[in-house]
Design a protein around this ligand. Structure first.
Ligand code: G6P
Ligand code: MN
Length: 447
């Protein structure tokens, strides 16, 4: 199998070492000759890069070249696959995205609701610039984008790069949920096949089968109803916040029994309860800063000091493996099936043509070949149209510099709805994002 060259943008991320371990574990699916880390935050990158270099020397002997750089040309020019995982404003701004809505009695979440909107407006310009930079140096690398809030970022990218067939937006949540399905069913995760539809962080599994055609869907619902549903991927299994999130699946299936929900639907279906999920001084960002981030950087220090990864507990996880299997399917034209985001164009026939839907597709060297879904029924259509209108209005607000469209977007978001609350939360979010958001023009009478 031909070896590929891979670049990770956001090399200083807390996920990078896990992705590298996943690359090592998956080296028979996606053999690599080169790995390059790229980050604009040179100090984070330096630490992860030095640890990565030791780790790869020990565990990836067939790799010919590893480097970390903040030089775009070195990172983007001569490479086949680019994983993108950036966070504009870092975890510091994530914390504000979560805290400010909570202050107004709303859901405080990095990708859902008012916080997700704030993060979206921050990420759009950076992502457009990044893809532009990559494409000016490399016209045919596969760009696999994990950057959040994927629904909003993906829509903006689709508007600016509508013909780029080698730019894919991906989320690991469906596969992280399937990892738990595979563990309760005691079935190999790669032998499971899902039917799924929705928008990013807003969708449902309609059926889960194995590749031999055995349908597990009803059994799975029963198992979730009769047991606690738990995260089982290593990255999240022991995390109380993720445990609480997975637990909520049972309630959702009790209330709405037709399909198996994406865990993110909890924020839209139980906004009152979820607005009280986390205390202001310990929202998810703070938990990640004190948890995963500390652990990763402490591990790096130990690896660098002892010049070895001995006694360090890092391993591959589904977050990394999913991206890698997708890359392998694209590069080696395997035409395997994955859940990804793509322009609707009639896949869900009664949803807008230009929505960015999350659905199963075959991936090969021509790009994405989605499966048709057809018509969806009223409940889902109503929810999805509403959520898509929210997403689209954010994009319009951004490109038209229009405050009122942002306000309209928030009114449509199920976690907000009330106009006075929306105005108040917008004011605070605007203040916190002064250095990041575009100019937003208001009509005279609303000033
Ligand atoms: C899942 C979602 C991602 C999100 C992440 C947050 O993986 O699919 O979109 O960024 O969770 O996890 P964290 O542990 O940082 O709260
Ligand atoms: Mn996601």
């Amino acid at each position: 199998m031909k070896k590929s060259k891979l670049t990770i943008v956001g090399g200083g991320s807390t996920y990078t070492l896990g992705i590298l371990m996943s690359l090592i574990e998956e080296s028979n699916h996606l053999p690599l000759s080169h790995i390059t880390l790229y980050d604009t935050d040179t100090s984070r990158q330096e630490k992860i890069g030095r640890a990565a270099s030791i780790l790869l020397k020990e565990h990836y002997p067939s790799l010919e070249n590893f480097k970390y750089t903040s030089n775009k040309k070195e990172a983007f020019k001569d490479t086949d696959i680019i994983f993108v995982q950036i966070r504009t404003g870092g975890l510091t701004m994530r914390e504000k995205d979560e805290q400010i809505p909570i202050k107004h009695g709303l859901v405080g979440q990095e990708t859902c609701g008012a916080g997700g909107m704030a993060y979206g407006l921050r990420s759009i310009p950076d992502m457009i610039q990044l893809v532009d930079d990559i494409r000016s140096l490399n016209s045919d690398a596969w760009i696999l984008n994990y950057t959040n809030p994927a629904a909003i970022v993906g829509l903006a990218l689709d508007k600016i790069f509508p013909d780029d067939k080698r730019l894919l937006n991906i989320c690991d949540m469906p596969i992280a949920i399937m990892k738990s399905y595979s563990d309760i069913l005691e079935e190999d995760i790669w032998n499971l096949e899902a039917d799924y539809f929705g928008l990013n962080h807003f969708g449902w599994f309609t059926s889960i089968r194995n590749k031999q055609g055995y349908d597990y869907t009803s059994q799975l619902k029963q198992l979730i109803l009769n047991n606690d549903f738990k995260p089982t991927d290593k990255l999240i299994a022991n995390d109380p916040s993720w445990q609480a999130t997975f637990k909520q699946a049972k309630q959702m299936i009790q209330d709405f029994n037709e399909y198996l929900p994406n865990t993110y639907l909890q924020y839209y279906l139980y906004p009152n309860e979820l607005s009280k999920k986390e205390p202001m001084d310990n929202t998810r960002a703070r938990q990640v800063i004190n948890g995963r981030e500390k652990e990763v950087f402490t591990d790096c220090d130990v690896i660098i000091n002892q010049n070895s990864t001995q006694n360090i507990d890092i391993s591959g996880d589904i977050h990394g493996i999913y991206m890698i299997r997708i890359a392998a399917s694209l590069v080696h034209h395997l035409k395997e099936r994955f859940i990804i985001m793509t322009r609707n164009e009639g896949i869900i026939s009664n949803l807008p043509y230009d929505a960015l839907v999350e659905v199963p597709a075959l991936l090969g060297n021509e790009g994405v070949e989605p499966f048709k879904i057809g018509e969806i029924s009223t409940f889902y259509k109503g929810l999805l149209e509403n959520q898509y209108a929210y997403e689209k209005l954010i994009i319009e607000a951004y490109f038209d510099n229009d405050y009122e469209k942002l306000l309209q977007a928030l009114i449509l978001n199920r976690t907000v709805i009330d106009t006075n609350k929306a105005k108040e939360v917008l004011k605070d979010l605007f203040e916190a994002n002064k250095d990041h958001w575009p100019v937003l023009n208001k009509r005279e009478e609303t000033l």
